[in-house]
Design a protein around this ligand. Structure first.
Ligand code: ASP
Length: 598
């Protein structure tokens, strides 16, 4: 190599030794006669001193060095003069006294500081991603990602899993998003679809007798990009034969209990991972991916207010709906504007309105001391003191707190309160950033009514096995059929999902029909699966974990773009390559494509 050591590894024990280093100029300081540079490579930084009395020629080279120049330096490691050590740097006790130096390549002035962790507009970072990745935080994220994936591979290898690659050019394998299509040159008018996941392929590997498969797999879904979504993303995809749900859930619990202490020892896990039903998480947290690092649980208040004089509450209950709420610690101090903001948030998630009830003005004192004149709420004149106190008690609130109450159809009430809970959890900083609160959510309904088309959609995907005892309901009450589907959630994110699968052609066809596919369509799109199921398909199931999201949570980031080397923007553009881009007429002609005038 062009270097004998890495910059970041030099310590006191290297003093007196001769080293050759190569890296980037992180900073250059000219102290009259002496020039210092901080030389950086992947392993860290070290100070290099250029003294004209030691080598004038070398000093002249250093004089030309600028930030981000690539240089090579040889010299001796020496203790820094007493009083000039830098305790913040792991190499801060030593410096390299340069004897020779060479500029390997110059650099234009970078468009942003690489040596300072400052906010930089994301589009500029993405445009110059190769410079952005030189920044220590981003480099650490990529190293973390590597460590996580390596840990997973070793963990699964030790349990008898084999990694199998599956094709990227394939046919639609649906996960509920739009497909990315690739036109075929050889077969005019035909297209490959990029897999939304290797779902069908891994199931076919089970039919093939692989028994334990995994893959660090790229998936492609053409859907709106968000902080936790990219058009292409990476899954730990896994499938096993001859198992039950708990075999998979236990194994992944073990994986995280082993991985986190090794890779992020400063983070705490809540264990064991709770298993919650879909109905329960919706009821208590208003979300199928709740953040369990804090309480603020949603409670049903219907029984307390059913006989009240407040018609908004009583009519909702009479109409089969619910009145539910959450208690916000210290919320009595919120301004009218803040309350209106919360109200708008609730309405944007479908609530007709938000009833706010503040209990007294300031914290302290017990609920017993509450009087109606201290209750601030549009509903106050319709409620008795006992009713307010009973609601407060159920919501764990006392003087100085705020009650947020919503009445209406249960699903909307839960969702809107769930969003309020999430927002307040953030505002009140209730979630400990050093905690990972994993949980499994189970017992999802198999199907969801698509309000637009009026058809049934799969809650997970069409290969999910229904509970055996619910199979007779498929024809009569599809909405009551539960799927053997489970999600892994953590800190408010869905980090994984999977299911036991259907493994008989007959049941699989029945589900496809229920989803509104005609028989010809089923045969055309999924005939290969139905056929495979007729050749001794074992019972099987699996899961897929979002690697990007997991690494994001471990890195303490807020978007998966921070842990992907070359991510796309919110509008699915790669700014470094400027993709997608136009292609030539010749290329289009070869692919038998003529662009339409929009
Ligand atoms: N293929 C599923 C997904 O990507 C996961 C699974 O069912 O294993 O969500």
């Amino acid at each position: 190599m062009l270097k004998s050591h890495s910059c970041g590894e030099l310590r006191k024990e290297h003093v007196g030794g001769k080293v050759t280093l190569a890296g980037w100029v992180d900073r250059r300081r000219d102290h009259g006669g002496l020039i210092f540079i901080d030389l950086r490579d992947r392993e860290g930084l070290v100070q290099v001193a250029f003294n004209p009395e030691i080598s004038e020629a070398t000093h002249r080279v250093a004089d030309k060095m600028r930030s981000e120049y690539v240089v090579r330096v040889s010299g001796e490691v020496a203790l820094r003069p007493p009083g000039t050590e830098n305790p913040k740097l792991p190499t801060g006790d030593v410096e390299v006294i340069a004897r020779e130096a060479e500029i390997l390549n110059a650099s234009r002035t970078p468009p942003f500081y690489i040596n300072e962790d400052v906010e930089i507009e994301e589009n500029i970072r993405l445009r110059y991603r190769y410079l952005d990745l030189r920044r220590p935080r981003m480099k650490e994220n990529l190293i973390l990602r590597h460590q996580v994936v390596k840990f997973i591979r070793d963990f699964l290898d030790a349990r008898g899993f084999i990694e199998v690659e599956t094709p990227i050019l394939i046919k639609s394998t649906p996960e509920g998003a739009r497909d990315y299509l690739v036109p075929s040159r050889v077969h005019a008018g035909k297209f490959y679809a990029l897999p939304q996941s290797p779902q069908q392929l891994k199931q076919l590997l089970m039919v093939a007798g692989m028994e334990k498969y995994y893959q660090i797999a790229r998936c492609f879904r053409d859907e709106d990009t968000r902080a936790d979504r990219q058009p292409e993303f990476t899954q730990l995809d896994l499938e096993m034969s001859f198992i039950d749900e708990e075999d998979i859930l236990n194994m992944f619990e073990e994986l995280f209990l082993a991985l986190v202490p090794v890779i992020k020892p400063e983070m705490r896990l809540l264990k064991p991972f709770p298993r919650l039903s879909y109905a329960e998480v919706m009821d208590r947290f208003g979300s199928d991916k709740p953040d369990l690092r804090f309480g603020l649980e949603i409670k049903d208040l219907s029984d307390i207010v059913a006989q009240s004089n407040f018609s908004i509450f009583t009519s909702a209950i009479a109409g089969g709906g619910k009145v539910k709420g959450i208690g916000v610690p210290g919320g009595a101090a919120y301004t009218r504007r803040q309350l209106e903001e919360l109200s708008r948030l609730a309405q944007s998630f479908g609530a007709k309105g938000l009833v706010t009830i503040t209990l007294g003005e300031s914290a302290g004192g017990s609920l017993k001391d509450l009087t109606l004149d201290k209750v601030r709420s549009a509903a106050a004149k319709f409620l008795t003191l006992d009713e307010v106190k009973a609601m407060a008690k159920r919501l764990g609130a006392s003087l100085g707190d705020l009650l947020l109450v919503i009445a209406g159809e249960a699903k909307t009430v839960n969702t809107a309160l769930g969003e309020l809970r999430r927002e307040l959890g953030c505002r009140l900083k209730l979630a400990d950033p050093k905690v990972l609160a994993f949980a499994y959510v189970k017992n999802f309904p198999l199907l969801r009514k698509n309000e637009e088309t009026g058809r049934w959609d799969s809650e997970h995907h069409p290969f999910t096995r229904p509970w055996d005892e619910d199979i007779p309901l498929i024809d009569t009450h599809p909405e009551k059929v539960r799927g053997r589907h489970y999600d892994l959630v953590c800190n408010g994110y869905e980090v994984g999902g999977g299911s036991l699968r259907i493994h008989t052609a007959e049941l699989q066809r029945k589900i496809f029909r229920l989803l509104g596919y005609r028989d010809e369509e089923i045969d055309e799109r999924f005939g290969h699966m139905l056929e495979a199921f007729e050749y001794g398909a074992p019972p099987h199931g699996g899961i897929a974990l979002g690697i990007d999201r997991i690494v994001m949570l471990l890195a303490g980031g807020e978007t998966i773009r921070e842990v992907i080397a070359f991510p796309k923007t919110q509008s699915a553009v790669d700014l470094t390559f400027n993709a997608p881009s136009s292609v030539s007429e010749e290329q289009l002609a070869e692919l038998h494509i003529r662009l339409r005038e929009e």
